[in-house]
Design a protein around this ligand. Structure first.
Ligand code: PGA
Length: 250
């Protein structure tokens, strides 16, 4: 049985005050929820978040990392430093990084490898554009990203990764993939994991859905057989919505 994982991607939003507010509204849920909860704030908030949630069910995640562990990479953050800030998870391959910052599959794969070497679990995002979906080659595109993201990693390392299927046309647009569309893509991803990793890995690896998840649609999405959690953007900043999404996965 795969545990549900609800990850908050705050993107370039949030504040020290939001950490306090979110912790306050989540704390009544922590004893009863069966979900793993990960909050990924901007890097400057990581240490503060870690100090507040250490020892609780809430884990600390980063939104990005560099593949190198030190050096002349102005503005970047290394995996060892993330580790020092108490980071246990890190998003890689988000479509905003791929599109706005030109990140390639190769770079994403090296980041994944670096994270794993430093004991940080990657949340590898994959997803198709609207153009790919309309032209019917969305499955092929998503599988290509999956294969490139995990290829060459030992099966034990692949098993430490969580996948997030995020159709680009559903991110921040208010358009959610239907539960059937999402579930069917998750099935295809899981099938591919059988040959890429192993059937045991495919059975146990968590595949999250992301793209306009909110407090209204979370329950239906999370009750699909292949959807093991959610990567939540906009709604993860709302103190009246995020706890409801966690509750929907419990
Ligand atoms: P959204 O973002 O929930 O605002 O669509 C999801 C994501 O980008 O991870």
């Amino acid at each position: 049985m795969r545990a549900k994982l609800i990850a908050a991607n705050w993107k370039m939003n949030g504040s020290f005050a939001l950490i306090d507010a979110m912790q306050k509204v989540l704390s009544p849920l922590l004893d009863e929820t069966t979900c793993e909860i990960v909050i990924c704030p901007p890097d400057v908030l990581l240490s503060s978040l870690n100090n507040k949630v250490k020892g609780s069910r809430i884990a600390v995640g980063a939104q990005n990392v560099h593949s190198e562990t030190s050096g002349a990479f102005t503005g970047e953050t290394s995996a060892p430093l993330l580790q020092e800030c108490g980071v246990q998870w890190c998003i890689v391959g988000h479509s905003e990084r791929r599109i706005l910052f030109g990140e390639t599959d190769d770079f994403i794969r090296s980041k994944t490898e670096t994270l794993l070497k430093h004991g940080i679990r990657p949340i590898l995002c994959i997803g198709e554009t609207l153009e790919h979906r309309e032209s019917g080659n969305h499955e092929e595109k998503v599988i290509a990203q999956l294969v490139k993201g995990l290829s060459g990693l030992a099966v034990d390392d692949q098993k430490r990764c969580v996948l997030a299927y995020e159709p680009i046309w559903a991110i921040g647009t208010g358009k959610t993939a239907t539960p059937e569309q999402a579930n069917s893509m998750h099935k295809i991803i899981r099938k591919e994991l059988e040959s890429l990793a192993s059937s045991e890995a495919a059975e146990n690896m968590q595949i999250l859905y992301g793209g306009s998840v909110n407090s209204e649609n979370a329950k239906t999405l999370l009750s699909q057989s292949e959807i093991d959690g959610a990567l939540v953007g906009g709604a993860s900043l709302k103190i009246n919505a995020f706890p409801q999404i966690v509750a929907a996965g419990s």
